[in-house]
Design a binder for this molecule. Structure first.
Ligand code: NAI
Length: 484
């Protein structure tokens, strides 16, 4: 028997988890469940990360967590337990599969357009680092980290998954036309990895264009890989294509620990009434069974679920309102009665599943820390983010006095738009400018040079933040201001 950790969660969590575990029990899934303490009531007991040390230990030992939705207490300054779990255990790939379910009516099912899309979302980086500062009373800054090793991990996983899924196409969605360095890096890594998978059709699309195309012809897409925030938004859009959050399963995949959960939350409005729809959690559980290699039981349960939906059986949140809804327990019971039945459309077959190979790497040293580029790095300037409500020309005159013999003032920008040496009177200004200095003739600088300028400039301005301007090899590693 394989042991896994189970956290039932808050709100409707225990009701839908009990329904799913009952289905697993009747299908003779060879799993043993170790219940762990996580969720709101654990926060309330004073554990600031929402889980007990024993729960953490159990999950780290067993490597698999099957969880119900959890509530993060509001206004207590604690971080979301769902985000903490994903980050603590480096579950770098969030995979959500959205497919047409017969019996769940949508505009696409009515039009005969089938949907079968898997979204792989990077799960650790991007603005989800939550690194934010107020630079002045009026100006907030969020740092967005996209790293080469972080992108590589998730993109490699997406290609492997696409191969196992026999995908027709794998698409990288991005905004590299605007975020040339961060999304540009993600896109470069995508095409680097694509070279190892010549049998897969790989391409890319700008994320706003993707959204338009998804809501017109979703059947043109198969596997889509994205950075964290864009992936979050596109996932919910795709949930809408197949009937809403009640049908959206999710897996958070890491090398050591994987978390399987539904996309939806605790649904406090219907909690305790035994009317919640357990389908999303059941689909997440089916994904977990496949991940663990229990293909046959996964197929039996999935076919029974699809057959049940096809028969028009539904909980109160979907389906034909002219037919009475069943409650959570009845829904699970009917699925169990339908074991061995095949749906007319979209039946799953064990033979079409490719076996899942476990990816447990032994890391002698942390390969994510190695960078081929670091030996060719040169500092050639610095950006200072200063607080000021003066005219750009006055700021420039002050800055020029501090530039000394090593630096020249290149430009001044406000919210990314250049305002000196040229600019437009129509640009709206906030009280926070970026003044950019570069070394004269691009002569490499050292950190002392930059600190000297920092100290000198601080005589005139409050410096809120600074960034080194680097050359990596011969490539500029920073963006130009608009208009520069
Ligand atoms: P929600 O997903 O809990 O509810 C949104 C709406 O969908 C509600 O009307 C609810 O009744 C309905 N709904 C959701 N799941 C359903 C199901 N299985 N069957 C029938 N109806 C269902 O989102 P909301 O209200 O924004 O969040 C409530 C709580 O859940 C918050 O504390 C939030 O932090 C937490 N949450 C937890 C997540 C997780 O554990 N992964 C994910 C999202 C939210």
């Amino acid at each position: 028997m394989r042991k896994i950790a189970v956290a039932k969660g808050d709100g409707i969590g225990p009701e839908i988890m009990d329904a799913v575990l009952k289905i697993f029990y009747e299908a003779k899934v060879p799993l043993e469940y170790v219940l762990v303490d996580m969720g709101k009531w654990v926060f309330d007991k004073g554990f600031n990360n929402g889980m007990t040390p024993e729960a953490k230990q159990t999950i780290e030992t067993l490597g698999i967590l099957f969880k119900g939705p959890m509530e993060t207490p509001k206004g207590k300054g604690v971080k979301s337990i769902n985000v903490t779990a994903r980050k603590t255990w480096n579950t770098y790939a969030n995979t959500r599969t959205f497919q047409t379910l017969h019996g769940v009516d949508t505009v696409f099912s009515k039009a005969g357009i089938p949907v079968d899309i898997t979204v792989v979302r990077e799960n650790i980086e991007d603005t989800y680092g939550g690194i934010e500062h107020m630079l002045t009373y009026d100006v907030a800054l969020s740092r967005r980290f996209i790293t080469r090793p972080g992108s590589l991990q998730v993109i490699k996983y997406a290609f492997e998954m696409a191969k196992k899924k026999n995908a027709r196409r794998i698409t990288c969605a991005h905004k590299a036309n605007i975020m040339k360095i961060t999304d540009g890096l993600f896109l470069d890594v995508f095409y680097e990895v694509a070279k190892d998978y010549p049998e897969l059709k790989s391409d890319d699309v700008i994320v706003d264009d993707l959204c338009m195309k998804l809501v017109t012809r979703p059947d043109n897409f198969d596997v889509i890989v994205l950075t964290n925030l864009q992936g979050d938004i596109v996932s919910d859009l795709c949930a809408g294509l197949v009937g809403g959050l009640g049908f959206a399963p999710s897996a958070n995949i890491g090398d050591y620990i994987c978390i399987f959960e539904a996309v939806h939350g605790t649904a406090p409005d219907i909690a305790g009434k035994n009317i919640a729809n357990p389908t999303a959690l059941l689909l997440s559980g089916i994904g977990m069974l496949r991940h663990l290699g229990f293909m046959e039981t996964a197929v039996t349960i999935e076919n029974a679920l699809l057959y049940t939906l096809e028969q028009g059986v539904h909980t109160g949140d979907f389906g034909d309102k002219s037919k009475p809804a069943v409650n959570t327990t009845e829904f699970a019971k009917i699925i169990i009665q339908n074991f061995g039945r095949q749906p007319q459309q979209g039946a799953k077959s064990f033979l079409s599943d490719k076996p899942v190979t476990e990816t447990h790497f032994q890391l002698e040293k942390n390969s994510m820390m190695e960078s081929a580029e670091s030996s060719t790095e040169k500092i050639i300037g610095v950006d200072f983010f200063i607080e000021s409500n003066e005219q750009p020309i006055n700021i420039a005159n002050k800055c020029l006095r501090h530039a000394g013999v090593k630096f020249k003032l290149i430009n001044i920008s406000n919210r990314g738009t250049q305002v000196w040496p040229t600019g437009s009177v129509y640009t709206n200004l906030v009280n926070q400018y970026n003044v950019r200095f570069e070394s004269i003739d691009n002569i490499p600088l050292n950190q002392q040079d930059v600190l000297g300028l920092y100290v000198s400039l601080s005589g005139d301005f409050k410096i809120c933040s600074s960034e080194l301007l680097l050359l990596l090899g011969d490539k500029r590693a920073y963006s130009l201001a608009q208009g520069q």
